[in-house]
Write a protein that binds this ligand. Sequence first.
Ligand code: ACO
Length: 327
Amino acid sequence: MARSQIIGTGSYAPEKVLTNADLEKLVDTTDAWITERTGIRERRVAAPDEATSDMAVQAARRALEMAGVRPEELELIVVGTVSPDMPMPSCAALVQAKLGAKRAFAFDVAAACAGGLYALTVADQFLRTGQVKRALVIGAELFSRMVNWEDRNTCVLFGDGAGAMVLAPTEDEERGLLSSHLHTDGTLADILCIPGGGTRKSFSEEVLRDKLHTLHMNGREVFKFAVRALADSTHEALAANGLEPRDVTHVIAHQANLRILEAVLQRLELPLEKCWLNLREYGNTSAASLPMTLDEANRAGRLKEGDVVAMMAIGAGMTWGSAVMRW
Ligand code: ACO
């Protein structure tokens, strides 16, 4: 069975930069607190006329250009997002139209901050079975419209952006996505959620007044769970391929919090230098984070043929997982 290989990557971040100093003017916080507790210095915020699919298309065009693939050649588009332009149709359908990818079927995957990894895994299954030959995977998220800008516990963490990958099958035994391992624990839904605005509590004066349409989080619980889950699933993914942590050349991880990543890498006995970091500049871009990080590392020339790349992501659900790729 053919494996999926990433033949192009791209990313996009909106122009507007919101620094920790800017946030000091909005909520009761300090640059020192945010930097120390999260590692984040600034994040990007989408322009008022910019929606998630606009960012997704920008990232996609860059990935397609690198891959040398025309939109008409695409047979599948999967977008990881929980902040689509509108409840329906999917963000992926809007992206398909904007790109002119007429042959591609397109759908969204909702796995919050694990959305990039979930979308990659779903697309990989279509490639492995031979059903499609060219797939576009995107993680795109516009959380600046979903956080409560009066809640210092959450608004300092997130940023907007999009990342994309173009996948093609490879028969090369040595290369490609070796395996991915996804998990969900829906009993933890309430530690990270947007409780209102869906069908349980549809839009009402109460929802708006209590800001139930914005992100609610128990940060300490998320933190504790994330460290254990990411370390365990990465061990699982490496073991499934007969690899040890010391075999890993690069870690491409969802960028939630520097302290989470430090703790995970410590558990894996891997030096932090192996992990590409960009949360200082972008904060947590949710589903966009992993593909944006991969694109940065790729464009910096860091990924060499044969390198073992360990990917990991975690988000609301809770959803999480790890994958191993030989570049
Ligand atoms: N500025 C100043 N003080 C703050 C801020 C802020 N922005 N936010 C919270 N505080 C206060 C709290 O109110 C609390 O005050 P209190 O002791 O008087 O009640 C104090 O700081 C300490 O709060 P803690 O929650 O204990 O701080 P902690 O060290 O756990 O850091 C944080 C909080 C950064 C949210 C951390 O728990 C975290 O990163 N959790 C993971 C959450 C995450 O990454 N979510 C992203 C989405 S999920 C994902 O991507 C995996």
